[in-house]
Design a protein around this ligand. Sequence first.
Ligand code: TYD
Ligand code: MG
Length: 452
Amino acid sequence: MAKTSVTFTCSACGATHKKWAGKCDACDAWNTISEEVALQDPRSAAGGRAISLSDLTTTDAPLTRRGSGIEELNRVLGGGLVPASAILVGGDPGIGKSTLLLQAAADFARGGAEVMYITGEEAAAQVRMRAARLGISDAPLQLAAETNLRDIIATLDKTRPDLAVIDSIQTMWSDQIGAAPGSVSQVRAAAHDLTSLAKRRGISVILVGHVTKDGQIAGPRVVEHMVDTVLYFEGERGHQFRILRAVKNRFGPADEIGVFEMTGQGLEEVTNPSALFLSDREVRTPGSVVFAGIEGTRPVLVEIQALVAQSPLATPRRSVVGWDGARLAMILAVLEARCGIAFAGFDVYLNVAGGLRIGEPAADLAVAAALISARQDIALPPDAAVFGEISLSGGLRPVAQADARAREARKLGFAQAYAPEGLKSLEDTGLRIHRSDTLKGFIDSVFGDIEA
Ligand code: TYD
Ligand code: MG
């Protein structure tokens, strides 16, 4: 009998250690390491099967994507579902993963695919009720409420559907592993067995994974390395917008987003996200600036809101939602060092409206504009969009896809844009372009003289 070895695994990053420790050396997380009994894979003894590359026919790995009727989902997948691919859909509990995947599963089924939706979270009757609410009860979809991994694999091996949805990976358990469902060993084993099934049988597998902050449920981080595509479903509680974001995609561009709105009848696609993100905008409010951004391959206009208030604190507050806190600190430092505008005695709050998270440095100028606008209580022209990257020297740098940004702004009724110098192509976009080559130059032209 094979010796069972014990290792210690970090639930945050998946690193393995020889002994237990309070802190993971690999990712610096605390209290994430737990004991794990190594997986004994009976198949590994049989050895692998090698195949010559030239023997691979296209039927072995056809990259014909299967599109769903949900265009926002197709976009994030890179055009559609790739056969035999494994996809992880992660997100906070309650954000709408099950809703999205039930709708998607029904859609693929209606399009002629054989689809099996396996839930370990709810009873079949509950899923049926949800399907009724979503108006998809008539979809030819196979439904199973099951958590035993062995039974699931056996069923899928036999029925070989085109697509299997596993909701969620944390509820699946293998009887070969003596650990609780949701533990790292169980999650890892389930993900391993299901992704190898996907490759072996040509089944597309979508795994749902809950992301939680406490250590109780193993984060799906360990699963991210095993799958072809990782999508995150995000949004803010209290907001109806939901964003499906590709953070890893072997078959398409990462960073692509799909935008949805949660309604009483499930998720609806938002085909014009800019219009939605700007719908609640209060024009002529100081501190509000429209940023012309790019998400994936698509231009998206969003409102950036800043609030600057006198602070009683020795160390004033810096609070950011939807943007990088370190980047805000940098902008504040540049404003102080290069433009002589200090925020030392002020609390600063920055918010990207609508629950979108922006990663682009191209938002720098819009953020700086919002900060100054809030501090000086002067609103920007309501028909102006802003984009541009700020360097540490206080210079403005040109950004990629300036034309697409300007066109989107024009389409939404904007008449002018503030942009960095050096973007020649913007002439025929129909916008009046105000160019500056430094942050100081931009501030002088928009806000005039500012007392420090
Ligand atoms: P759910 O898909 O169960 O989330 P997850 O699988 O990520 O945990 O979504 C749960 C929330 O969505 C719940 O708060 C109710 C809401 N919801 C709607 O607003 N409309 C709907 O049509 C459905 C099905 C759910
Ligand atoms: Mg769910």
